[in-house]
Design a binder for this molecule. Sequence first.
Ligand code: VGL
Ligand code: ZN
Length: 201
Amino acid sequence: MKTLLIIDVQNDFMPSGSLPVPNGDEIVPVINKVQDKFDLVIGTQDWHPKDHISFASNHEEKSNFDVIEIHNQPQTLWPDHCVQGTEGAKFHPGLNTEKFEAIFRKGTDKTIDSYSAFYDNGHLKSTGLTGYLKDKEITQLYVCGLAADICVYFSIIDALQEGFSCYFIDDASKALDAKEFETLKKEMIAKGIQIVRSESL
Ligand code: VGL
Ligand code: ZN
């Protein structure tokens, strides 16, 4: 079954949101169009409680984008975003979600961040996505969404480690830091992830 995993196409990651990804809204029509090429479509949502550890507002004397250490790992402190139940956490209103068979929510534990759709950043707890896909005997995964250099990147690296063949849809994704993402893209290619464009699907 040809499977598409759409990462975090949510209002707060749009140009008018609280953690804007440059041109993030441009991928919405591209994602709507490619969904027809897939037998199984799954979405994810970043879904934080208000007191989430990744929000700078929950740390005294810290600013947005400061980096601190949590569980022996660097943690960027973000503006409040994708708070459970808020407008910012909703999918972009133009995103077609009719074909979504399942939605996996992540970042729900206030004590740890979760960039990947598969595991939290400490790789302590699984979201259940691997089991869900393996039950369906999925072996290949196409991944796209926001942000290419954060949640899409960590999801695809975990997917590879879980044994899936991975395809990154370049024009259906946008990065927070496009320049930094060029380096990560080279790393993805070196690891065996294929970079594809939506027209070729
Ligand atoms: C994301 C930063 C913080 C993402 C989520 O979806 O890429 N980035 N939380
Ligand atoms: Zn987040």
